[in-house]
Ligand binder design. Structure first.
Ligand SMILES: C[S@@+](CC[C@H](N)C(=O)[O-])C[C@H]1O[C@@H](n2cnc3c(N)ncnc32)[C@H](O)[C@@H]1O
Length: 420
């Protein structure tokens, strides 16, 4: 499936990723595109005559091309990264990959990867570091690409890649057979990170859409009392056109489905599984107001503005909270209200579990729900923010704080009523 983001967003993530890596350059101007094209035509095309190389495929709206050059400005390597199925990995193979790997809906694709000179092999590490960091910044959980079958041992061994199709039948006019492989960010392994260098401590902890996909079903079916209290309080502030940022399975949508102060509800979430479940549930409940679910990142949503908005228990997974908060601020109309709730460092999951168990112990999904909660907060880089820091952040993007407290989740949750 094609990724729900646009080129500006990818370029801005790449900017951050390449901050400490001045060797890799992005094709931005027509001139760069021409240079890369000439390089590919001179060096790459004779090796893989059936691969299409021209300027129009180098710099497209759904891909970026990276390259390196030597001191004399001669290109030494290049790669294309795409988020459109079929652009660098043939569409039929991406469809096959999606069938084999059911969680394959979010993947970056790499192609036309070529490192020219043998002495430049250290570039392989720079490129892989960039792929992994870019995927992390975009919260994409897998990277898919075609590799020569003769290199499969390296990819399976060191990179822990999944071989999706061992022999694709593709040779691109060369003597090599190509295989389709997929690298999962959460399973790359210590050997890989050692080889990459300093990434190990951060990347596996990044929240990906995949983390939420696995959580979606138990999350939708289990409802604890503390969650319900929080949602009920949030809903009191909602009216008119309502936006729910990181809506999950749309528990707020269900709650306002018979609320005649709410004209419309739009739930926005990056997890395909959460949004799928949300749509099914909202349809079933037959809301009296207009309700819709948008699959995509909050930071990319620009379709409508909102009179009131809410974001519950999503902030702690945002890699750039200020960017996300500013984006939400821009989507809210003047005088609008935004309810923000996110856990702080005193969040005590053991205590909350003890309370929840009393009513939910027999629930068939409770165990899974509980395990997921623990994993998300403990194993990932959950941003459990202090109230004072959160207030600074929301004020810095323009919000006024109308009220704030820590009365929910036994003190473990920051609850803020903000206005624009
Ligand atoms: C713990 S769930 C909370 C769901 C819902 N707000 C609730 O309280 O029932 C967090 C949700 O935030 C979503 N999320 C996190 N960051 C996001 C982003 N930047 N854009 C869209 N959704 C995001 C995740 O996909 C996940 O479904």
């Amino acid at each position: 499936m094609n990724l729900p983001f646009n080129k500006d967003r990818v370029l801005s993530c790449l900017d951050g990723v390449l901050n400490n890596n001045t060797r890799l350059k992005v094709v931005a101007e027509r001139n760069d595109g021409l240079k890369v094209c000439n390089f590919l035509n001179d060096i790459y095309k004779p090796l893989f005559p059936e691969i299409r190389v021209n300027e129009t495929v180098i710099n497209t709206e759904t891909s970026v091309c990276l390259y390196t050059e030597d001191e004399l400005g001669v290109i030494t390597s290049t790669v294309s990264i795409s988020w459109l199925d079929g652009e660098v990995v043939p569409k039929a193979l991406m469809e096959e990959a999606a069938l084999i790997n059911k969680n394959n809906e979010v993947t970056l694709q790499i192609g036309r990867f070529y490192i020219g000179a043998v002495k430049e092999q250290s570039l392989l590490r720079l490129y892989f570091k960039c792929f992994v960091e870019l995927a992390g910044a975009l919260r994409v959980s897998t990277i898919t690409g075609l590799v020569k079958s003769k290199d499969l041992r390296l990819h399976e061994g060191r990179f822990k890649a999944d071989v999706l199709v061992r022999n694709t039948g593709l040779r691109f006019g060369s003597a090599h057979v190509f295989a389709l492989v997929q690298w999962s960010l959460n399973r790359l392994g210590s050997r890989f990170y050692k080889w990459l260098g300093d990434l190990q401590s951060t990347t596996p902890k990044i929240f990906t859409a995949q983390d939420w996909n696995g959580y979606a079903r138990p999350f939708a079916s289990v409802q604890t009392q503390v969650q319900q209290e929080l949602q009920q309080e949030a809903v009191k502030h909602l009216k008119g056109k309502v936006g729910d940022f990181g809506c999950g399975s749309a528990k707020i949508g269900l709650m306002v489905s018979d609320n005649n102060r709410v004209r419309s509800y739009v739930g926005i979430d990056a997890s395909i599984e959460m949004t799928r479940i949300a749509r099914v549930l909202l349809k079933e409940i037959e809301p009296i107001n207009e309700q819709s679910i948008h699959h995509g990142l909050i930071e990319d949503y620009t379709l409508t503005s909102f009179e009131t908005a809410v974001s519950l228990n999503s902030y702690y997974s945002w890699p750039n909270p200020l960017t996300t908060l500013k984006h939400i601020y821009n989507l809210i109309e003047t005088d609008g209200i935004f309810i923000l709730a996110t856990p702080n460092k005193t969040l005590d999951l053991v205590l909350l579990d003890k309370q929840a168990k009393k009513e939910l112990i027999a629930h068939p999904d409770y165990k899974e729900f509980r395990e997921h909660n623990l994993k998300l907060i403990n194993d990932k880089d959950a941003n459990l923010v202090e109230m004072s820091e959160l207030i600074k952040q929301v004020q810095s993007v323009g919000f006024k704080v109308e009220a704030c407290h820590q009365e929910f989740y036994c003190g473990g949750l920051n609850f803020l009523v903000l206005s624009k």
